[in-house]
Design a protein around this ligand. Structure first.
Ligand code: SF4
Ligand code: ZN
Ligand code: ZN
Length: 364
């Protein structure tokens, strides 16, 4: 089901609260149940705060009521501000020596919205070249559909698009991995290892300067809270250096292409609404193997907190980023592990044989 049709009856949504259901996997594609107000029940209809038009959304955390145009503008502004604050465009980049930004494009609402906004921001800027990279995990009835959305979007925007699959790269399909399950693990535990490996490999092959993913505010607030609750301070420092901190403040990581998440100031529901009002070809079916039980629990906890205390996700994430920056300084130059090349595939790892190769070995 395409997002545009699934939300066609959406008239007015309140951006807060636990009215989205379902735990999510990696891909930001969880199904949501929207709190909608029918056009005949105008009890909540209000004008936009910035013009005379009728508001289509209310953000409880800011108090804003916005019409479609001002809502669009507000989302785009937040993404562009994040690109600036994270120093993603180096000061010395030139049209003669442009940067290649590879976007992990799953076809879900998050990566589709990120791709669209980055395209609109940089289409006329010869210093930045965008490439969409889609990974096909081999999940029947799921990735084929979202791949269509990726192809439609990149055709429409005129962006280079590359597709790689677990089957071609590793000789496995996630549907079969779930059946075999030699390590007695959740599907996402295998899939996440394979995905990270391919993203890194193709970011290198495409000579990417930056690898961008469509993590939204909910995703990042969940990850922050999980790291807090697990007491994993070293992981917080790594999170800052790998993808959260401004590029100029990160501890150098020569072995890896830097990552960035410029959509992380935008709540999940606003990403969905943005995809809808722009009629973007986003695909929202949830992965049938989605199995991150702990993240699902944290997600529900955050919905409740946000409902009762609007703004909780923002404050968790901003406090976390500040703390992660301090921890990055603290752990600077001390990554706690010697990196080496995997003897099987040559990728950078802390072990003799990398995790991907040992998982593939167990699947033979
Ligand atoms: S199994 Fe599905 S939800 Fe889990 S990481 Fe893979 S694609 Fe994402
Ligand atoms: Zn307006
Ligand atoms: Zn390996």
């Amino acid at each position: 089901m395409l997002l545009s049709s699934s939300l066609s009856k959406l008239v007015f949504i309140v951006i807060s609260g636990p009215d989205a259901v379902g735990s999510r996997g990696c891909c930001g594609d969880a199904q949501e149940t929207k709190r909608t107000y029918a056009s005949d029940g105008n009890a909540f209809a209000m004008d936009c705060n910035r013009c005379e038009e009728e508001a289509i959304m209310h953000a409880a955390y800011s108090g804003a009521h916005l019409c479609a145009d001002h809502f669009r503008e507000s989302v785009e502004k937040r993404v562009r501000r994040r690109v600036r604050r994270d120093d993603l465009v180096p000061h010395d980049v030139t049209p003669e020596n442009p940067q290649t930004w590879v976007i992990g494009l799953s076809g879900g609402k998050d990566s589709v919205v990120l791709t669209k906004i980055l395209h609109d921001t940089f289409a006329a800027d010869p210093r930045i070249e965008l490439v969409g990279l889609t990974i096909h995990e081999g999940i029947e009835g799921y990735r084929d559909k979202s791949l269509e959305a990726c192809v439609d979007l990149t055709d429409d925007l005129g962006i280079r698009h590359e597709v790689v699959s677990y089957e071609e790269e590793f000789g496995v399909r996630m549907d079969d991995v779930v059946e075999d399950d030699p390590e007695n693990m959740a599907a996402c535990a295998y899939c996440g290892v394979f995905r990270r490996d391919l993203l890194s490999k193709y970011a290198d092959e495409l000579e990417a300067d930056l690898l961008l993913t469509g993590h939204n505010l909910d995703d990042e607030a969940q990850s922050a809270l999980m790291n807090f609750l697990e007491g994993d301070v070293e992981q917080m420092a790594k999170h800052f250096d790998a993808s959260l901190g401004p590029l100029s403040e990160r501890d150098e990581q020569d072995e890896f292409v830097p990552r960035a998440k410029p959509l992380r100031d935008v709540p999940e529901k606003e990403v969905a609404l943005y995809a809808h009002v722009n009629d973007l070809p986003a695909h929202i079916t949830e992965c049938p193997h989605s199995s991150e039980a702990y993240r699902g629990e944290i997600q529900q906890l955050l919905y409740g907190l946000e409902e009762n205390h609007p703004g909780t996700r923002h404050s968790i994430l901003s406090g976390y980023e500040e703390l992660a920056g301090i921890l990055s300084d603290e752990f600077s130059g001390d990554d706690g592990a010697d990196l080496q090349e995997c003897v099987e595939c040559g990728s950078t790892t802390t072990r003799e044989v990398c995790r991907k190769c040992s998982l593939l070995e167990s699947l033979v």
